[in-house]
Design a protein around this ligand. Structure first.
Ligand code: NDP
Length: 318
């Protein structure tokens, strides 16, 4: 019996396997493909990454009128495929980076590769409340673009003080009647332009020095009905009635596959060599948000994906 195309990919040793499909992964794929490295890319559970759950991207050069995140990632994907990237909508479950060729597993399937480019990105952080989990999908969300629609003419809260919180609050005013922005300090971390947009929006009410103690709601049917807050200065508790809570307190790098194997910083971001995407293991490169606690922009992620592909090519040619 002739082996299927799928099993042939398992048997061969690839030049480069890319894990992740945000701007970093797709850009690495585009450059690797144009260098004739025939990259194999695994998208993970969320093809397109974080930008597929964002609204208008207004700050990616080349799109003067802005572009929707999912559409932009579809364009990235098509451009990577145009030059021969093999894209699998699959989630890598294990990697063995102890020797070359490296082993990348997807369930029972094992793939071999001379180099690996890690572009697994980052995921939303949660407050750590039990109620946040129990009401997840029933009024608690970390993605206004995905779930804002369900709160038409309702009252919602956004928790956080960074650009994500500003963006989510602003977006939610398109759907919700009132948006309460809850921040634990008395100043935002967000960029001035995003702050100004929120502060000047009459539908957004800002609650400074306010922490979240609990999200409360009904069990049958399960739905959020309110939030228990606490003044972070005086400690005074209070409750607010509302229909939904959006958590927007930042992100954590997706490094589960590599923990204990590759060097990370205190916050868990993969460490790459200065001016390089090289990790602590030769032949393994990391790009995008998984190694970037600082800039975390689509354009910087794409830039580092480009560097990773060029570095992988140079590594292979030595
Ligand atoms: P940030 O880390 O910038 O901000 C996180 C916010 O959440 C902070 O205000 C922080 O409070 C608060 N926070 C963190 N943990 C908790 C907690 N346990 N309880 C309550 N509040 C908490 O993350 P963002 O996701 O907002 O932004 C990340 C990066 O992405 C930034 O560089 C940002 O500029 C960029 N970005 C850019 C966008 C754009 O340009 N369109 C859109 C979205 C993000 P505190 O300030 O007190 O630490």
């Amino acid at each position: 019996m002739r082996p299927s195309v799928h099993s042939l990919y398992n048997l061969m040793t690839h030049h480069v396997i890319i894990i992740g499909s945000g701007p970093a992964g797709y850009t690495a794929a585009l450059y690797a493909a144009r260098s004739d490295l025939k990259p194999l890319l695994f998208t993970g559970l969320q093809p397109g990454g974080q930008l597929t759950i964002t609204t208008d991207v207004e700050n990616y050069p080349g799109f003067p009128d802005g572009i929707m995140g999912p559409e932009m990632m579809e364009l990235f994907r098509r451009q990577a495929e145009r030059f021969g990237t093999i894209i699998r909508d699959e989630h890598v479950t294990r990697v063995d980076l102890s020797q070359r060729p490296f082993k990348v597993r997807v369930g029972d399937d094992e793939y071999l590769s001379e180099t690996v480019i890690i572009a697994t990105g980052a995921s939303a952080k949660w407050l750590g409340l039990e109620s946040e989990i129990s009401f997840g999908g029933h009024g608690v969300s970390a993605c206004a673009t995905c779930d804002g629609f369900f709160f038409r003419n309702k009252v919602v809260a956004v928790v956080g003080g960074g650009d994500t919180a500003m963006e989510e609050a602003h977006y939610l005013t398109k759907h919700a009647r009132e948006v309460h922005l809850i921040h634990r300090r008395d100043e935002f971390r967000a960029s001035k332009i995003m702050q100004d947009r929120v502060i000047s929006n009459p539908k957004i009410h800002i609650h400074w020095n306010t922490g979240v103690d609990e999200i409360v709601g009904d069990e049958d049917p399960r739905r959020v009905t309110g939030i228990r807050l606490r003044d972070t200065v005086t400690g005074e508790p209070r409750e607010m009635a509302l229909d939904g809570v959006f958590i927007a307190i930042g992100h954590k790098p997706n490094i589960e596959l590599f923990s204990g194997v590759l060097e990370t910083d205190a916050a868990g971001y993969l460490i790459t060599k200065p001016d390089s995407t090289a990790t602590s293991i030769p032949g393994v490169f990391a790009c995008g948000d998984v190694q970037d606690p600082l800039w975390r922009q689509a354009i910087t992620a794409a830039g580092s994906g480009c560097i990773a592909a060029i570095e992988a090519e140079r590594f292979l040619s030595h």
